[in-house]
Write a protein that binds this ligand. Structure first.
Ligand SMILES: [Fe+2]
Length: 270
């Protein structure tokens, strides 16, 4: 049995400090073999920097997935080709920097990760995620039967459709982006574990990780405003998936949803 932890969108310094502090405990508690973290909001809520990428990898993340905010920190454009464990969505047009998939060796065999971006209510609208996944999964299955997919998208139906299209072909499909955890964890008939949205790792008393008042004011006034990341205790959200590494079939999926006291910042903070 191979056990994977997936953590949803890490939001700003509070989110990444909590993740970095909690990963050793979670690794021991769940006897983890592989850790995947969505880091696309890790830099003050917008994108990820090279330093934060390295910090999360050093803390124990095996792979970092992203989504529509991948390019928000401009230095990532030149960095991403130097760090294959940082993924951007696989359905970018040919020629985009970086990669949308990776296969890494573990003591229990190779593990593949694919990052895809859905299209409904998403910007930019990327290539067809279903067709891109068909190509990427077929190619990856020649290398490993243990495949994890982060489906980054806004609505529920497209991500459920992605999950069902991949049932029996990958080990798990878990959604990200909305920062709100869904309660629909299940294993589809073909053996694919599914959760429509993992939820975020970010400030609990917030609106999707951001300070409450500026967002409420924006909804009321329609005037432009800054949306700083909130402070305080962090909700750490994700899922633990157990997989039969010989077949790639998921054996179990359970949600992670923990409230973590505010963690002192790991200097230097962004
Ligand atoms: Fe996103």
């Amino acid at each position: 049995m191979l056990t994977i932890l997936f953590l949803g969108d890490v939001v700003g310094e509070p989110g990444r400090s909590a993740v970095i502090a909690q990963l050793p405990r979670l690794k021991e508690l769940h006897a983890l073999d592989f850790i995947i973290v969505n880091g696309e909001n890790a830099a003050a809520g917008r994108g990820i920097t090279p330093k934060i990428t390295i910090d999360l990898l050093r803390a124990g993340a095996s792979v970092i997935t992203t989504g529509d905010h991948i390019w928000d920190q401009k230095e990532i454009l030149s960095f991403i080709d130097t760090e294959p464990r940082l993924l951007r969505p696989v359905n970018y047009p040919d020629g985009a920097p970086g990669s949308g998939s990776i296969v890494l060796e573990t003591a229990k065999g190779p593990v593949g990760v694919i990052n895809v971006q859905a299209r409904t209510f998403m910007q930019p609208i990327l290539e067809n995620p279903f067709q891109a996944l068909e190509v990427a999964v077929e190619k990856m299955r020649a290398q490993t039967s243990v495949i994890f997919v982060d489906a980054h998208g806004e609505n529920t139906s497209e991500r459920i459709a992605i999950g069902l299209c991949l049932d029996g072909k990958v080990s798990a499909v878990i959604g990200t982006h909305t920062h709100v955890q869904t309660a629909d964890e299940q294993i589809f008939p073909g053996g694919t574990a599914f959760l429509c949205d993992a939820g975020m790792c970010g400030p609990a008393h917030s609106i999707l990780g951001r300070a409450i008042d500026p967002i409420v004011d924006r909804f009321i006034s329609n005037l432009p405003a800054l949306f700083p990341v909130a402070r305080g205790e962090v909700r750490l959200c994700g899922a633990v998936i157990s997989i039969d590494e010989t077949t790639g079939r998921a054996l179990s999926i359970s949600r992670i949803n923990e409230l973590i006291p505010e963690t002192p910042a790991t200097p230097p903070a962004v």
